[in-house]
Design a protein around this ligand. Structure first.
Ligand code: PLP
Length: 407
């Protein structure tokens, strides 16, 4: 039971809604790391879900200019028209997709875009198919929306990709929504055009299912061109693209996400957002126009650096016995399988699951990672390479030493 005490110390019960979902494990690890750092301990943060780069200079200049030009009033709920237009330009330029401003809703981060899209589409009794491992927030927002997440496990052998057969097998009369990310957080999985086409063919046979395609890591792709499932015209009307500026432009703190969807869905998201937060930050929206319409060179430079780190991280991982991992094709995480550590102990702490591995590494190696169970896979942990090469080297040396003490 959740209680708070009011003035006269009568316990007041908080909403049962709070018990339906959990605090994001990723944010919890960041908090624990900060606490240790506060005690003067040198913690290396490999739990980070954001680029360790600064926002490119020309985007910062656009934000400063927006302040000076007094973009300080309530913006339209769905976003400034020229920003929604800029999103359409980006979708045509990068993805060859045709959308109009009426299809776009801009929000306070892709997380809010996702919440809007889920709450706009599901209801009590609906099922939502989520290939697992998945980003922590998907299942929790679905629960908040009274629907039931149906987690479909995928495995390392198939690069954590959901096959059309598995998708088909798991669709029922109750299936209302499918949510996935490509590139995927946490596995780095990137679906090819053919693989997306095979999934689209299944969705074509089931016209009552919406598809949320989270493309926030679009630019952080090490294997080639990004493909969106919205390119298949037979299902495009049911696809809700989620994207944003956090990862590709190193703008996490600006908080800017957007959806591209059929106009009715966009209207529904706008209605929800109108009651929750209104329009996204005005200054951020102005800066976002510059980001979306300008050259992607700073993004490419950042991605080149992520690629160098990815290679180094894979080399370092190979030096750690008992831990295996496929090379990620996108995003900035590795998701190694650590189940061979279960049952081992350093004499003080016994490892039984992924949370134990993560806590062991935090307390004994002073390296923060995120337990795989947060992403629906208890055999793994997520290690981010959105940190400097120097910190990666130091972090992996500590991990190797600490894991070497487990017998
Ligand atoms: N989708 C995925 C897969 C993510 O990993 C994240 C952030 O970690 C988000 C969406 C949310 O991004 P934003 O910062 O725009 O809210």
């Amino acid at each position: 039971m959740l209680y708070i005490c009011v003035r006269n110390f009568l316990p007041m019960q908080l909403s049962p809604r709070l018990k339906r979902f959990n605090e994001p494990e990723t944010l919890k690890m960041a908090k624990l790391g900060r606490e240790l750092r506060g005690k003067g301990i040198d913690v290396i943060d490999l739990s980070l879900g954001e680029p360790d780069f600064n926002t490119p200079e020309h985007i910062k200049q656009a934000a400063k200019k927006a302040i000076d030009e007094n973009w300080s009033h309530y913006p339209p709920v769905a976003g400034y028209p020229d920003l929604r237009e800029a999103v359409c330009v980006k979708l045509k330029r990068d993805n060859d997709l045709d959308y109009k401003p009426e299809n776009i809703v801009v929000s306070t981060g892709a997380k809010q875009s996702l919440a809007n899209a889920v709450l706009a589409t599901v209801d009590a009794g609906d099922e939502v198919i989520i290939p697992t491992p998945y980003w922590v927030t998907y299942s929790e927002i679905v629960r908040l929306g009274d629907a039931t997440p149906k987690l479909i496990k995928t495995c390392a052998e198939t690069k954590y990709k959901l096959s059309p057969q598995e998708l088909e097998r798991n669709i029922t009369d109750k299936t209302k929504l499918f949510i996935f990310s490509s590139p995927c957080n946490p596995t780095g999985t990137v679906y090819t055009k053919d693989e997306l086409k095979a999934l689209a063919d299944v969705f074509e046979k089931h016209p009552n299912i919406f598809i949320i395609s989270d493309e926030i890591y679009e630019y952080i792709n090490f294997i080639g061109k990004h493909e969106s499932i919205a390119q298949f015209s037979q299902i495009k009307d049911r696809v809700i693209i989620i994207n944003g500026l956090s990862k590709g432009y190193a703008m996490t703190g600006y908080r800017l996400g957007y959806i591209a969807a059929q106009a009715d869905v966009a209207k529904a998201c706008e209605k929800l957002q109108g009651q929750f937060t209104s329009g996204a930050n005005a200054v951020t929206q102005r800066a976002a126009i510059t980001a979306l319409l300008s050259d992607l060179r700073p993004t490419k430079e950042m991605v080149d650096e992520f690629e160098r780190r990815r290679q180094r991280v894979m080399e370092l991982l190979k030096q750690i016995p008992g831990v295996e991992c496929a090379t990620p094709d996108g995003a900035f995480y590795i998701f190694p399988i650590i189940k061979s550590l279960f049952g081992k102990s350093d004499g003080e702490m016994t490892i039984n699951n992924s949370s134990d591995v993560s806590m062991y590494l935090l307390n004994k190696a002073h390296v923060s990672t995120v337990a795989g169970n947060a992403f629906g896979d208890d055999d793994c942990i997520r290690i981010s390479f959105a940190n400097s090469m120097q910190n990666i080297e130091k972090g992996f040396a500590r991990i190797r030493e600490a894991l070497g003490k487990l017998k």
